[in-house]
Design a protein around this ligand. Structure first.
Ligand code: PXP
Length: 244
């Protein structure tokens, strides 16, 4: 079973462009559930550029699906996660000047800090996920510090596909496959996400160790043309087809 987590951040991006209450990310989450999403993902960034604290309050109150809260490893975010105790917490690197999460966490270089950071979250019952690249030492470090899950960053694979650099794309995909197999062997649950589209999802979904994909920007973009429900159903169909 390959779960689909729908990331609703960019519903909030559109809302915040005008400062209106609409479009409402909670309504999008409810619609995503009806369309077959298995979970909802929301990234509370330090600068609150899309999802707000109030959105997290409302999502926690309204959702039937598990919430995967993406956040940076800061004391403020840790306190928020401990207050809400979402199903999952995905720790991501964050830079204020970036447009989106550009790379994975350097778990290997920050093992002690991250082990201490995730300990209270684990104790509170959250499934802790670390967003990493496909490097072997990062996968090993994630297992060593006691994460339950690693989410592999698929952004580079997707960018190479968009740019038509197909030989490099295939190498990147192969590295993702190796990392998924390695993480699974080490007892980690393996997720993947970032930048996935109808065109790029198939080869990633076909990686047998993967248990969840988290997809946002493309689904929200495509919903302008198809509607959110049909866009999610089409993504789900492509994931299932790839699993064969
Ligand atoms: N997974 C993680 C850890 C992310 O940070 C993001 C982006 O917020 C996604 C998945 C979804 O990426 P996209 O919006 O490009 O589908």
């Amino acid at each position: 079973m390959l779960r689909l987590g729908v990331n609703i951040d960019h519903v909030a991006t559109i809302r915040n462009a005008r400062g209106t209450p609409w479009p409402d990310p909670v309504r999008a989450a409810e619609l995503a559930e009806k369309a077959g999403a298995d979970g909802i993902t929301a990234h509370l960034r330090e600068d609150r550029r899309h999802i707000s604290d109030a959105d997290i309050d409302r999502l926690m109150a309204a959702l039937n699906l598990p919430l995967n809260l993406e956040m940076a490893a800061t004391a403020e975010m840790q306190a928020i996660a401990l207050r809400h105790r979402p199903h999952a917490v995905c720790i991501v690197p964050e830079k204020r000047e970036e447009r989106t999460t550009e790379g994975g966490l350097d778990v290997a270089a920050n093992q002690e800090f991250l082990a201490d950071f995730i300990a209270p979250l684990r104790k509170a019952g959250c499934r802790v996920s670390l967003f990493i690249g496909h490097e072997q030492d990062q996968v090993e470090a994630a297992a060593r510090i006691g994460a339950a899950v690693v989410e592999l960053h698929t952004g580079a694979y997707c960018d190479l596909d968009t740019e038509g650099r197909l030989a490099e794309r295939d190498l990147e995909l192969e590295a993702l496959r190796r990392a998924a197999a390695q993480a699974h062997l080490l007892g980690l649950e393996v997720h993947a996400g970032h930048g996935l589209t109808f065109d790029t999802v198939g080869p990633v979904a076909a990686i047998p160790e993967l248990r969840e994909l988290n997809i946002g920007h493309f689904l929200i973009a495509e919903s302008v043309f198809l509607g959110l429900g049909p866009a999610i159903r089409e993504m789900r169909r492509r994931m299932d087809a790839a699993r064969g």
